[in-house]
Design a protein around this ligand. Sequence first.
Ligand code: CA
Length: 486
Amino acid sequence: MLMDDMGWGDLGINGDPARETPNLDAMAREGMLFTDFYTANPLCSPSRASLLTGRLPIRNGFYTDNIHARNSYTPQEIVGGISDWEILLPELLAENGYRNKIVGKWHLGHQKQYLPLRHGFHEFFGSTNCHFGPYDNKSRPNIAFFRDDHMIGRYFENIKIDKNQQISDLSQSYIKEAINFITTQSDPFFLYWTPDSLHAPTFRSVPYIGSSSRSSSYGDALRELDAGIGKILDTIKQNQTLANNTFVFFTSDNGAALVSTTDAGSNGPLLCGKQTTFEGGVREPAIGWWPSRIPHSTVSRQSATIMDLFRTIFSITDIPMPIDREYDSYDLSPVLFANKRIDTNIYYYRGNQLMAVRNGDYKSHFWTFTNPLEQFKTGINFCPANFIKSITTHALTNYTQSPKLFHMIRDPGERYPIPENSIEYKSVIHKYINLYNKHISNTIPGKPLLNWCDKAVMHWSPPGCEALNMCLPVPQSKPYRCDWPH
Ligand SMILES: [Ca+2]
C-alpha cells in the first residue's frame, strides 16, 4: 500500500495530535511500526521505479542530468519510461505463479511500451499519471484512465473529479477494486495498491467531506484512505488462509508536499518536505503487517528503504534474485520477524547528485539545496517555517570538504549540525566520507530516462481510444530537453 505525498507526521501513532488514522494505528498495533523508513527519492516517479526494481534511480535511470541535482518525474510530455532491461518485482513474481495487479497511479511512463501489463502486472485499474487537469484537449489532452492495457476514459470527462469542491469517488473505486481482487484470487497474488487522492489537488468522496478535524480536503482524504485500509485488512482477516499467508506493507512515495500549504500533509518534527533530501522529503510513515509472523505492537528504529521490500519479498517467497545487476536492497526478514537490527546505508539522491548518507544514528549532508532563490521569491517554498542557516540553502551548496553532520535520534529535525571542532564530529565523520566516496566510485549510473520531452507523446491517442471514439489528433513530434525547475 503506497500513499502519494503522505507525510510521516500524518500517522496518529507517529504523534499527530488529532489521531485521525485509527485503522493505520490499529495496523501498527497488530504489526511493526517503522520510525526510520525512507523512500528512494523525494518525488513520485523515481521512488516508484525504485520500489519496483529494488534499485536507486541513479541505476534504473529515473533521473535527469539536464541540470545538476534537479528533481524530475514523468509528466505527460515525458518521452522516457521504465526500461525493458529492468526486472520489476511483479515480473519475477509472475514467473513464480503470482497473479499481479496495480490499482492506482503507475507513473513509470505512459507510452504503450511502458504500461504495467508490459512489465509484469496482469491487471491494471488506474492511471499512468497524476490527476492533473482539466485540459482543453487542444493544447493538452486530458489524462487517460486505464483498465488493463487500454484506456476506459479520461480524468474530468469519464472519471469525475470536481476540482473546485475537491470531490471524487475515485478512492472508493480503488478500495472496491482491491477488495474484489483479494477475494477472487485462487493463486498467490501481489496487489500494489496506490491511491493518489493525497496528492494536490486532493479529493475525497461526499461522505467524508468535513470528516477531519483539520477541516481540509487533505485531512478528509486521509480519513477516507484510512477507512479503506481498515476494510482491506478486514477482508484479509476474515479468511483464515489469507490471514496466515499475507504480508502487507504500508508506506508513502515521498514526504508531505509542504509547498501545497493547506492541501498538504504533515511531516511532524522533520525538516522541510517533498522535493528535498531533508528528512521531511524522504522519511515515510511505514508499517509491516503479518499477524501470524510479525510480532505485534513492535516498533523498529531500523533505518530501511522502500527498495528493501524488493529483496525482502523474494526472501519471504524463496525466489532467487537476479545476479546480473547491482541492487540497493536489504533483506528485512530478520527485522520483521525477529525485531533484529541490521547495518544499512541510506543514500539520499536529488537527480544525478548524491546529497547525503545515513548509517546508524548519524546522517551527513555533502550537498544541500531547497530550491533556487528566484523561485523561492515567487512563493514556492519547500520548507515553510523552517530556516536552518547553511542547511536549507537556496543554492546548491557543496559541503564535500566539510560535510554537515546530524544525530538522527537526538535531532531528527536536523536543527543542530554537530560542530566541526567537536570530538563527536571528529570521531565519526570519516566513516561517512568513506561511505560517500565509496558509493560514488562504485556506482555506475544508468542512462538518464527523464531528459527528453515531446508534446507528441501526450495522452492524445492512448491504446483503446478508438473503441471509445476519444482519439485526438497527434501533433508533429518535436523533442526538446525537459525543463526541471528545482
Ligand atoms: Ca508523490
